[in-house]
Ligand binder design. Sequence first.
Ligand SMILES: Nc1ncnc2c1ncn2[C@@H]1O[C@H](COP(=O)(O)OP(=O)(O)OP(=O)(O)O)[C@@H](O)[C@H]1O
Length: 386
Amino acid sequence: MNNNLIVADRVSKKFCRNLRKSLWYGIQDSYFDLCGRTAKEALRKDEFWANEEVSFSVQRGQCVGLIGHNGAGKTTLLKLLNGLIKPDKGKVQISGRVGAMIALGAGFNPILTGRENVFVNASILGLSQKETRKLFDSIVEFAEMSEFIDSPVRTYSSGMMVRLGFAVATSLKPDILLIDEVLAVGDARFKAKSLVRISELLSRSAVVLVSHSMATVAQICDEVLFMEKGRLVSRGAPTSQIERYLCVAEDSVGTADVYGDEILGVELIDYSRDVHQGGELRFSVSLRSSEVNGLDSAIIGIVDQAGSQAAQTHVDIQENLRSEQRLSFVVNHLCLSTGRYSVNLNLYSNGGKKLCAKSINLFSFNATTRKHLYATYCPVGRVASE
Ligand SMILES: Nc1ncnc2c1ncn2[C@@H]1O[C@H](COP(=O)(O)OP(=O)(O)OP(=O)(O)O)[C@@H](O)[C@H]1O
């Protein structure tokens, strides 16, 4: 059995920034194709390499994470692996059946019902009607879609589309599973369930997962490829690559969007870039306040990269403020999954009733979970300490 299921050999793909030129270049390339001539490899005006000389392989049983900042070329690479687009240079070699979730709703016909779409997708992947009928109930059960399976897909919410798409892609026993950021759309419970399903598939499949959630990547991937500007710039163990990604993501302090009273500056105290599990975050803000009665409370929000609130805390401010003042805060016992977070700050007066200043993305920091978790086996009826 061939275990090297994905091989990308110096794969390159170029795109054009200008739509008109891109159409013209497309016609030129098709003409070259028809004449059996190879199209020009060099970049023409307004073209750029969305993927350049990317080489890697993925074995059966391996889950490879693909990380990088927006526009790095991750989705383009997944599309090349899935055969949705052709490389301009290099070769992609795929062995076995591919299950893919690359774009929300991709592969679904919106006017067909969920049921019809399951059968269409399965037949595209080479399953007979009989085989699909056998799997159908388990697909619908996993997607938790029994109520809606006979409604047209255009009426589905994005979360429902992801649930059905993921259930189809993973139930058809793919040798290769390609998943783009779409999982982020599902709710937390479905996301957890999906990660378990991916781990189960790993006994027979090779998985490539694109994600901006470093917690997910750390949890499930055994190797991570880091892309920048279309190139594969490094690869290795998840911790080292995630650290590299987070370092590049290092935002400068002071890019906050501020409303209301003027926040003059932010200072991070004892700042060493990373906040470890259970650690604390100390910062102070200098403020020019027009609030004559002074500010009396603050809400500090910690937001992950997907924009979801990861933690929030309320703080009483005990001093009477002068017009210009420095406020210092300590957030204790931070328990966050590995990843990058930004801090929002709201300041209130009048017994917490009046919002005086609202600062979004005051600064960013990395949370790391360096400590190892230990578990002890505990036979039924006995407690672990016995
Ligand atoms: N069909 C297209 N035509 C022209 N440019 C494109 C096309 N598809 C993608 N691009 C460009 O190629 C580059 C890589 O895009 P891609 O979607 O692969 O990045 P990504 O790493 O997946 O980004 P994100 O994290 O934001 O999803 C971007 O600059 C994008 O604008």
